[in-house]
Design a protein around this ligand. Structure first.
Ligand code: ADP
Ligand code: MG
Length: 295
């Protein structure tokens, strides 16, 4: 797209109030495994993150990697199963999960940001004690006996404490943290954490001004598959209970609620397929996606 220079100058000038609004503020951006598939999109995402840093915003990037983990397990012929959208993660699988998340994907994203002119550093939840996790406890009521059983998901974790030391140190630097959602347990076990959940816990711990979750849908859709522009907590709970919100959208909504309760000003589920989705959301009036708000 070519824009004539006068229009370009006008656009930049119009962005000034937005730049000022977010100056010195922390924005946590979760980049979804599904939104990460397309290299052009990845390049534009990296450019947006560098632009944020350049105008004085402090971005913290947390990434997923479900599809990439799936491909690697397939290549290695390791069988994998899901219970309620969560990957059952045995000891062998968690090794691969860690390799893919904090190895290849994390470094790809770090390189993309650095190629766009930034200084990114890759971290996992193990670095500087960032994410302490415990085994995720999920129960399911057996439909026949009505007995509640504890599901064994293996090394699937949930964040227990976030140690923000490294993030506070980096906030006052040029460096952009890029975080893989791996947690460390009490006995140094490695935990596989849903990236949305990890990102929300981090956003809450640093009291981010904005928490953006980039995904591969327009936002939260209603029963008629139309975009819901704003969603309160009560309504969100109702839509989860009646099945309108399902699958990978559930941890997104839950983590947004927890982040808001922890002091994040606003959480937005954004269509990561739209070019420059991050800029559109932060620096243009009427951003796309679904804003999750308090009731
Ligand atoms: P990501 O890699 O971004 O975390 P997920 O697949 O985990 O992506 O979660 C997003 C998916 O949630 C959507 O692609 C969609 O299939 C599913 N989903 C379930 N209910 C809804 C809903 N009400 N609105 C939008 N997406 C929904
Ligand atoms: Mg997901």
């Amino acid at each position: 797209m070519t824009v004539d220079p006068r229009t370009r100058a006008a656009i930049l000038s119009e962005a000034l109030p937005y730049f000022r609004r977010y100056h010195g503020k922390t924005v946590v951006v979760k980049y979804g495994g599904h939104a990460m598939g397309d290299p052009e999109g990845g390049k534009r995402f990296a450019e947006d993150i560098v632009l944020l840093k350049q105008v004085g915003v402090d971005p913290i990037v947390v990434h997923g990697g479900g599809p990439q983990i799936g491909q690697m397990l397939e290549r290695l012929k390791i069988k994998s199963s899901f219970i309620d959208g969560l990957r059952v993660t045995d000891r062998e699988t968690v090794e691969i999960v860690e390799m893919v998340l904090s190895g290849s994907i994390n470094k790809q994203l770090v390189s993309a940001i650095n190629s766009a002119g930034g200084y990114a550093i890759g971290l996992s939840g193990k670095d500087a004690d960032l994410i302490h996790a415990r085994r995720l406890r999920r129960t399911k009521v057996d439909p026949d006996s009505h007995i509640e059983r504890v599901l064994d998901l293996g090394f699937v974790g949930e964040p227990q404490t976030i140690n923000t030391t490294v993030l506070e140190t980096l906030k006052n630097s040029q460096i952009i943290p890029v975080i893989a959602p791996i947690g460390v347990g009490a006995d140094d076990e490695t935990y596989n954490i849903n990236a949305d959940t990890a990102a929300g816990a981090i956003a809450g711990a640093v009291k981010a001004t904005r928490f953006l979750l980039l995904t591969d849908v327009a936002g939260v859709l209603n029963k008629e598959k139309r975009l819901i522009p704003e969603l309160g907590l009560g309504e969100a709970k109702r839509l989860i209970a009646d099945g309108t919100i399902a699958g990978g959208m559930i941890p997104k909504i839950e983590t947004c609620m927890e982040a808001i309760e922890a002091g994040v000003e606003a959480a937005v589920i954004v269509d990561g397929r739209v070019p420059h989705a991050v800029l559109l959301e932060l620096f243009a009036e009427g951003g796309a996606g679904t804003l999750i708000r308090r009731d």
